[in-house]
Write a protein that binds this ligand. Structure first.
Ligand code: 15L
Length: 262
């Protein structure tokens, strides 16, 4: 098992992973912004502070979850997701940390229409500045894998929730239990190199390829279908239909359009 430096530890995924990975025997050191409950108070967009945190903890792996989890201005999105990832990768290179698991998002390909099985080799097709930043962060990981031989696994997370509440989420749900199983697999798979996997549960209505995750040892156990009757008791709305058109759901609708620099 590994000593893991986990950024964004005070968030919902961070809390689930801290307890779940600790229960599996990993040693988790949590890092979050000052004022949040965490082992270390660090702003991940500050390369000097990130360097000091990695030097202090000397982890076997980094899990990078920190970042604005929704749409923002283009500069904020790039700083939050790309600069923070660069700061961590530089510190990892300096202190020989061999692996990073990066919380990417389905919004990296959110503008793809819901037509065929979504495979990990799909080209980037972001739906927001948030998605653009996730694509750029994935590219940065790939560069460091190629240049320095680290391992980088990038789960494109669907909808992390205790339970699904919309029709779209019957396809995109990622349960807390499967989240722990997926990150554990990403931490322990032998020599993954650069790998993109789809972060969803084994949903009956899912259309994202679980093969790349399974190749790393991620075996999802949950299925959103158990919530289908409850969700479908309400009639389908225009919003449901609009959210069903693209991978990114609401992020791919006009609701999320905004100027880049305001
Ligand atoms: C994400 O990446 C977001 O962080 C989250 O707020 C949800 O919108 C999720 O994707 C989703 O697509 O359901």
């Amino acid at each position: 098992m590994a000593k893991v430096l986990l950024t964004g530890s005070a968030g919902s995924i961070g809390r689930a992973l801290t307890s779940g990975l600790s229960a599996l025997g990993h040693e988790v050191v949590g890092l979050d912004l000052p004022g949040q409950p965490a082992d270390l108070a660090v702003d991940c967009t500050d390369p000097v502070a990130v360097d000091a945190a990695v030097e202090q903890t000397r982890p076997d792996a980094v899990i990078h979850l920190a970042g604005i989890p929704t749409e923002s201005s283009l500069p904020d999105a790039l700083s939050s997701h790309v600069i923070s990832t660069g700061a961590l990768l530089e510190a990892m290179r300096r202190y020989d940390v061999p692996r990073i698991v990066y919380a990417s998002s389905n919004h990296a390909v959110g503008r793809l229409p819901r037509t065929v099985l979504l495979g990990a080799e799909e080209n980037a097709r972001p739906d927001t500045f948030y998605g653009v930043a996730k694509v750029a962060a994935e590219s940065l990981l790939h560069l460091y894998v190629d240049r320095y031989g680290i391992d980088a696994v990038s789960p494109r997370i669907g909808s992390f929730l205790d339970k699904p509440t919309t029709r779209r989420q019957l396809s995109t749900w990622l349960s807390p239990g499967d989240t722990v199983r997926m990150f554990h697999a990403a931490l322990t798979a032998p020599s993954p190199g650069f790998a993109v996997v789809y972060g969803v549960s084994a949903n009956t209505r899912g259309w994202w390829d679980l093969g790349p995750g399974r190749a790393l040892g991620y075996e999802p156990e949950d299925d959103a279908e158990q919530y289908a009757a409850e969700i479908e008791a309400e009639p389908e709305t225009e919003t449901d239909r609009a959210q069903g058109a693209h991978v990114g759901g609401p992020f791919a609708t006009g609701e999320f359009d905004r100027p880049a620099f305001d």
